[in-house]
Write a protein that binds this ligand. Sequence first.
Ligand SMILES: C[S@@+](CC[C@H](N)C(=O)[O-])C[C@H]1O[C@@H](n2cnc3c(N)ncnc32)[C@H](O)[C@@H]1O
Length: 405
Amino acid sequence: MPGPFARRLAEVAAGLNAHRDLWHPRPFAERHMPWEDAHPEVAAWLDARPDDEFDLTRFGPDDPHAAGAPPSLVRWRAAADALADLPRLPALPFALGAKAARGIGGAKRAQIEAFVGCFLAGFSPPGSETHVLDWCAGKGHLGRALAEALGRPLRAIEWDATLCDAGAALARAQGLEADFEALDARSTAAAARVRPDAAAVALHACGDLHGALLRAATAHGVSRLAVSPCCYNRTPPGTSVLLSAAGRATGLVLDADDLDLVHRLPTAGGAAERRRVRQTLGWRLGFDLWHREASGRDAYRRMPAFPPAWLALPFAEFAVRFAGLGGVEHIPGREVGAYETQGVLRLARALRREAVRLPFARALEAFLLLDRASLLEAAGFDVALGTFCGLDETPRNGLLLARRP
Ligand SMILES: C[S@@+](CC[C@H](N)C(=O)[O-])C[C@H]1O[C@@H](n2cnc3c(N)ncnc32)[C@H](O)[C@@H]1O
C-alpha cells in the first residue's frame, strides 16, 4: 500500500505527463510549440505583449501584466501551480548569534536561520543525537548554527580541504567543538559517518550528493534528518535522478533539458546584465538559424559557452569564432551577418513561449522532492516535506525532515 508521499508523487507525475507538451519542448531549440496548433489564441496573445514583460523572469496570471490572458493560459498556470504546491513548514523563531553569524552573507544567513527554525519546530519529541553531521558542509555555516542551537558538537564532511580549514577556524572562534573532515560524500567512509546517533543535515548538497546522504540514512539509520536538495541537473550521467521505486514506477522520464528547466532562474542583476543575457541568447539563436539554413538540417545544434568579450564583436565576426568553437565547418553561400536581426526576433518569440513552460519548473521540482520523500517513507521514516524559506532567499527552498519512529 503506497504511503501518502508515494500517492501524491503519482498524482503529480500524472499531471506532469498530461501537460508534457507544455513543458518538455524547448522554445529555444524548437521553432514551433505543439500547443500552438490547438491554441493559436495563446500564441497570438503572447506575441502581442510588449517586450519588457519577457525578461526571463517569472510570468503568469498572477502577474499584473497578464490581465486579459487567454483562459487556456490561465488554466495551464493554475494546473502548474496546483502540481507545485508544497506547504510552508512550521518554524520556531531562530536568529544566529553574532559569533555564529560571522562571515555569512545576507541571503545565506536568512536560509540558515529559516532551516534551523524548521528543524527545531519539526521534530517532537526532539532527538537523542550525540552530534550534528553537516553533509557537504562548505564552511559549515548551517552545521555550526544547528550544533550551537542543540548544544551538541559538530562533525562536518566537505571535500574541499580549504573550506574545511576555514570552517574549523570559524567553529573555534565560535567556541564550538567541531571536526571537519575532507571527505568525498560519495565514499563509503562518508557514508559510515551517517549513524543513528547523528542529526544529519544538508543544505544544497548538489546533484547525487544529497542522494548519497539519503541512501546512507536509510541503510544505517540516523537520529534526525533534514535535507534541502539542489542542482538536480548535476546528477552524474548514467545515474537516475529518481531515487525511489515509487518515482521510477510513475514512468515519468526527465531528460537533461527538463532538469535544466528546474534550475532556470530569473535573470538577476540590473538592466546591463539583462541586456547582456538577451544579446547572448539572441546571437545564439541567430547563429542557430544560420546553421539550420546553411546546413539544410532544421535541428537545434548545441553550442558551447563563449567568452563574454565576443559580444563586443560585430555579429558576423562573432559567428565565425563561435562556429570554430563548436567545430562547425564554414558553410558557403549564406551571409551570416543577416541572421543577427532574425535571432533577436526569434528570441522575442521564444521568450514568450517560455512563459507557458516556466510555471512547470516548480511542479517538476515538487515531483523530485516527492520522490525523495517517497524513498524515506518506503524505508519507514516519518517524513515532512515543504518549503523552509521564501523564493527570495533561495529558489531551492524545499526541505525534507525525517526520522524513524
Ligand atoms: C552548494 S555548496 C553548499 C555548501 C553548504 N552546505 C551551504 O549551504 O553553504 C555544495 C558544497 O558541496 C561540496 N562538495 C561538492 N562535491 C562534493 C563531494 N563529492 N564530497 C563532499 N563535498 C562536496 C562543495 O565543495 C560545496 O562546499
